[in-house]
Design a binder for this molecule. Structure first.
Ligand code: GLC
Length: 443
């Protein structure tokens, strides 16, 4: 009897413990688990698939009926990967300053870039490339010390047991045929298990969760499977409430999102995949200023490129990543491992703060010279330096009233000739951790 009581107490303890762990895993992201992601700031997104012929948009082209499904799928015959050099890809990503990459292992069209055993729709089994193009890239990322993110579309509009197909027609509804949905789930969870087993990703980036509920996807089961494989794997927010961070897409936050972790994903032109005729590329300055804005508000930027079917990365994107790399390397101490900056009333531009909080970095938009102003800074300033250039700048505290606690305004004089070609960053070293006055001027 005693033994029974002991074992049932132990069982209750263990069950409660695992429930608590499960709850902790589903509700609260562990800040240690998320640390590398918070420090990384920049990731490169890669959309590569059979749509990389440049003739259609990724998957949506057939879903939205701009082309028939069979014509869309014929693009697989052009997926040759003849010029694919994953070492060059990883090198370019590293040069951009990014600390991680996320690649579309499978988009909504269902074509897997790895040798999935769950069906035959893969670059290995169905394309002239005749190979798993994912594995060598993952290897190169790891060799370069970059974190590995795998994009996986939950939606699979080509799979015969998936309900959704074209924008105005579905194959069936789950309510009408729950067994058929179970067959799809087995396939989908099976592919996720393959990705976990073969690549042990640092990040799983789901997409397409909007077509079904958390219960239908068994999102909690997916999360459990991922964390059982590796409790440190991070999951993006597109898993119906079971992810770790939010993913605003193409839309720029104006005020700081009320979230611990978030990542803006954005195209370099207007298309996720390589698209002939889309030449509306953002300039390096535009990308850098958007990036500075993200990190100022505590977020990451996941910047997308779309290689061609043969594996060539378009020249414009190589240039953008190279220029971005010039800028991120020059200003790395203001970017990586930094914390979100001070709010706009103090400085009208993006800012970040060093981990120990004693250095403030001011990102100067446009080609600023003359005086820039810092408001409400309680600290004494030790020095102001142009980052990556070394020039020390003068500053003046204006309007400090000796008997008042309200700090004076800091005017920093920026001469011509010290500016960066894209965005200048000032390093403001403070006496002690940054302290701000936020009042209305009254005492
Ligand atoms: C959207 C689109 C998809 C694209 C993704 C990138 O969810 O459906 O085509 O891959 O955004 O975030």
């Amino acid at each position: 009897m005693k033994r029974f009581v002991f074992y049932s107490a132990l069982l209750t303890l263990l069950t409660t413990h695992s429930l608590l762990v499960a709850q902790a895993q589903t509700i609260e992201p562990d800040s240690l688990r998320m640390q590398w992601f918070a420090d990384a700031k920049l990731g490169i997104f890669i959309h590569w698939g059979i749509y990389s012929t440049g003739k259609t948009s990724e998957s949506w082209a057939f879903h939205n009926k701009h082309i028939t499904h069979s014509d869309y799928m014929e693009q697989i015959d052009e997926f040759t990967a003849v010029n694919y050099n994953p070492a060059i890809w990883a090198d370019l990503i590293q040069k951009s300053g990014a600390r991680y990459a996320v690649i579309t292992c499978k988009h909504h069209d269902g074509v897997a870039l790895w040798d999935t055993k769950m069906n035959n729709l893969s670059t290995e089994k169905s394309s002239p490339a005749k190979r798993d193009v994912l594995s060598p890239f993952v290897d190169e990322l790891r060799k370069a010390g970059l974190k590995v993110g795998l994009y996986y579309s939950l939606i699979d509009w080509s799979y015969p047991d998936y309900p959704g197909f074209l924008k105005d027609s579905s194959r069936y509804t789950i309510a009408d045929d729950p067994m058929r949905w179970q067959r799809f789930l087995k396939f989908c969870h099976g592919q996720i298990a393959e990705l976990l087993g073969q690549y042990n990703p640092d990040l799983l980036w789901f997409d397409g969760d909007w077509e079904h509920s958390a219960e239908e996807w068994d999102a909690s089961g997916i999360r459990k499977m991922i964390l059982n494989n590796n409790p440190n794997t991070i999951i993006n927010g597109r898993l119906q409430g079971y992810g770790d961070y939010d993913t605003p897409e193409q839309n720029f936050p104006v005020s700081r999102p009320n979230l611990d972790y978030w990542e803006l994903c954005m195209t370099t032109n207007e298309s996720w995949g390589y698209y002939l005729g889309d030449t509306n590329f953002k300039t390096p300055y535009e990308i850098i200023s958007i990036f500075a804005d993200c990190i100022s508000m505590g977020g990451n930027l996941l910047l997308d490129i779309g290689p061609q079917s043969d594996g060539t990365i378009p020249r414009e994107q190589v240039e953008i990543l190279t220029e971005l790399g010039y800028w991120t390397h020059k200003h790395s101490e203001a970017i990586f491992e930094s914390r979100a900056g001070i709010s706009q009333g103090h400085f009208y531009g993006p800012t970040t703060i060093s981990q120990d909080s004693t250095t403030l970095y001011l990102f100067l938009q446009g080609h600023q010279c003359g005086n820039v102003i810092l408001k409400g800074l309680n600290n004494t300033i030790r020095s102001v330096e142009v980052l990556g250039n070394g020039t020390l700048l003068k500053h003046k505290v204006v309007g400090k009233i000796s008997w008042s606690k309200v700090p004076g305004l800091v005017y920093i004089d920026i001469p011509e000739g010290v500016q960066d070609k894209y965005m200048t960053v000032l390093k403001v070293t403070l006496e002690g951790p940054v302290s701000l006055y936020k009042g209305n001027g009254g005492l």
